[in-house]
Design a protein around this ligand. Structure first.
Ligand code: PXP
Length: 244
């Protein structure tokens, strides 16, 4: 039976727009409510060290208001890990973070930063965060290292697939993702995926990559929402995720 992924919407970009004018609107918390009302299964946010979009007030209110699954993306920064422990999201996803990047630029290197990541996974589990994922490139060594440090899930970085310059490169990237997803599934990890997934590339992703239980999509949905409204944008993506 084909697994239909749950759709979690990343609301960081709503906060980016708010912060661009140092205003109190648009509110990512209000956006999260509308996403869930349109059928999204959960909400994702990334609390960055520099607080460029989501801030502590958002985290507090999202924790209180989100009814579905809440995914807290974070780096290994101690202060942010501490906030995540206190927030008790349903899922914590460990991502790399560089101040100068526009958005997350690739998977976290679990092989290289194994000790630090293992300590962070332990800290989150001990605090009662029951599901911890690592955001990784589609690479067996990264997946095996994620299992070894005690992660419950991986989120496959789909960014290289999303920006592939040609159709054949995109197909090759999709096949890499498929092989990685099958491997992660075989070793007992849950498989999530995200970064750069959109209304055009989702069909190919879905037809090639199996075993994905959750997708995390932000920019494409929020960008479409600016023109057609959040309700329509989420429902359109949900239809694709469900195979429509
Ligand atoms: N997953 C992770 C780990 C991310 O860092 C991001 C970007 O914030 C996404 C998914 C969503 O990517 P996009 O906004 O391109 O849909």
């Amino acid at each position: 039976m084909t697994l239909i992924p749950q759709l979690l919407i990343n609301v960081d970009h709503v906060a980016t727009l708010r912060n661009a004018r140092q205003e109190c609107f648009p509110d990512p918390v209000a956006a999260a409510v509308l996403c869930e009302m349109a059928g999204a299964h959960g909400i994702v946010f990334h609390l960055r060290e520099d607080r460029r979009h989501i801030n502590e007030r958002d985290v507090r209110l999202l924790r209180e208001t989100v009814r579905g699954k809440l995914d807290f993306e974070l780096s290994t920064n101690e202060e942010v890990v501490d906030i995540c422990c206190r927030t008790q999201p349903h899922l914590a996803t460990l991502v790399p973070e560089r101040r100068e990047e526009v958005t997350t630029e690739g998977g976290i290197d679990v092989v290289q930063h194994r000790d630090l990541l293992q300590r962070t996974v332990d800290t989150l589990h001990t605090a009662g965060v029951t599901e911890v994922a690592t955001f990784v490139d589609p690479d067996h060594a990264q997946i095996d290292a994620s299992l070894a440090i005690g992660a419950d899930a991986i989120e496959l970085h789909t960014g290289d697939f999303a920006v592939a310059a040609t159709g054949s490169e995109q197909l090759e990237r999709a096949r890499q993702l498929a092989t990685a997803a099958a491997h992660a599934h075989a070793v007992g990890l849950k498989v999530h995926a995200g970064h750069g997934l959109d209304y055009l590339n989702y069909g190919l992703f879905r037809s090639v990559v199996k075993h994905v239980s959750e997708v995390s999509i932000g920019f494409a949905v929020i960008a479409r929402a600016v023109l057609v409204g959040l309700d329509v944008a989420v429902r359109d993506m949900l239809r694709l995720v469900k195979g429509g």
